[in-house]
Structure formats: structure tokens, C-alpha cells
Ligand binder design. Structure first.
Ligand code: FES
Length: 227
């Protein structure tokens, strides 16, 4: 070991600037103390790595310092959706607890079709518990025009496609609009009720929700209490 190297051994951490991740700053700091170029490069590399770890370590206290409401939101607190601009036939997607929730403004024609449909459905009266009690009706909603439903297929969890068209070529003449899951061919009507003879075992799930006013829905909360 050279005299120079001996001199710098006790200074590695401070000379390498362990609290920074800026390679340029670290290099000039190391150059002042370490003459050997190979050893200098090694010290710069390890100091930058330590600086990166420092940045990660800093992130953890940040999460710990989140406000209670921010932590609750991250864990799946209720979310608010504004539906005032939703036109008949349109679908809005919001995220709640990491899942897509669809809000569909149904047309008068759709509502008529839903009332008429039942023979081809597995659970037309929503007897299986896939919805809050207050949506256990033919249209599976609080207000007939507006469906609020979780957009995850009850077969294996794919997200179905929204297919509101009547009798499109690929879905057949008896398609009245609904949700189609291309993964294995499950079909649901525009109340999220599953058709017979498809892999999905149950209707789509309706999340707890409530209206604040005509234009605002809170998802994840009913009767003023978070679900
Ligand atoms: S996941 Fe939807 S049909 Fe299989």
C-alpha cells in the first residue's frame, strides 16, 4: 500500500461523499483525496450506490408522514364521480380500490329491453349476493338511468368490453347491448346480469354507492358510511 493510499484509508466515506448521488460532485471530492485512478473510480461507484440507497430510505419516512386521509385513500377510501355530463349511452370509468367501476347512462330503449329480458339470463332477479340490497331490482341500480358496476368479469377477472350496440355482426341478432368478455366469451346485459351458457357464474358486482345529488355519486359508501 502506498503512502498516499494509507493516508486516504480513514477518509473513504467522507471523501466519497456518501450522502450524495451526484457522480460529478462525488468524483471531484474523491479526486482531492485519492491519487490512484483505479481506486478513485471504485470509490465513486460505491458512493453513488450509497447515495441511491439514501434516496430510497428517504421515501419510506415520506409514506409514513402521509396524512390520515391520504393513507385512507391509498387503502381504498370512497371516491367521488361527477356524472352531470354523461350522455345517454355513454360510459365513465372511475377507479375504486384498484378496480374499474363503470358508470353507464342508460337510454330509454335499454331500460325497456332490460324489463323485457329474463329467459336468457342466469340470475335475472339478482338472487346471488353480488350487489347491495338497495340495487336488488331488475335494473340493478338506485336510479334506473344510471348503472354503477364493477368492470371485472366474474369468471377469471378479465375486464369485459362495453358493447352498447344492438345486434352487431360479431355478437349476433339477439344482442341488445351489454358487456362482452372476449377472454372466454361471457356476456352480460346492461344491468350487468350474466347470460346463461357462458363461463361467468354470476352477475357483475355492484359496489356500494350513494348519490350526493343528481350529478354526484360516492362509490364505496352507502347511507353515509364507508363500506
Ligand atoms: S374472464 Fe371473462 S369470460 Fe373468462
Amino acid at each position: 500500500m502506498s503512502a498516499n493510499e494509507r493516508k486516504t484509508t480513514g477518509h473513504d466515506a467522507s471523501a466519497a461523499g456518501a450522502s450524495t448521488s451526484d457522480p460529478t460532485a462525488v468524483e471531484s471530492s474523491v479526486a482531492e483525496h485519492v491519487a490512484d485512478p483505479r481506486r478513485r473510480r471504485m470509490l465513486v461507484r460505491s458512493a453513488v450506490a450509497v447515495g441511491g440507497l439514501g434516496a430510497v430510505a428517504l421515501a419510506a419516512p415520506m409514506l409514513g408522514s402521509m396524512s390520515p386521509s391520504a393513507r385512507a385513500k391509498a387503502a381504498g377510501a370512497p371516491v367521488e364521480a361527477t356524472i352531470g355530463k354523461l350522455a345517454p349511452g355513454q360510459l365513465l370509468t372511475v377507479e375504486w380500490r384498484g378496480k374499474p367501476v363503470w358508470i353507464v347512462r342508460r337510454t330509454e330503449e335499454t331500460l325497456k329491453n332490460l324489463e323485457a329480458e329474463s329467459e336468457r339470463l342466469s340470475d335475472p332477479a339478482s338472487e346471488v349476493e353480488q350487489q347491495p340490497e338497495y340495487t336488488r331490482n331488475t335494473v340493478r341500480s338506485i336510479k334506473p338511468q344510471t348503472l354503477v358496476v364493477i368492470g371485472i368479469c366474474t369468471h377469471l377477472g378479465c375486464s369485459p368490453s362495453y358493447r352498447p350496440e344492438i345486434a352487431p355482426a360479431d355478437l349476433g341478432a339477439d344482442w341488445d347491448g351489454g358487456f362482452f368478455c372476449p377472454c372466454h366469451g361471457s356476456k352480460f346485459d346492461l344491468a350487468g346480469r350474466v347470460y346463461k351458457g357462458v363461463p361467468a357464474p354470476t352477475n357483475l358486482e355492484i359496489p356500494p354507492h350513494r348519490y350526493v345529488d343528481d350529478n354526484t355519486i360516492i362509490i364505496g359508501e352507502d347511507s353515509g358510511v364507508a363500506a
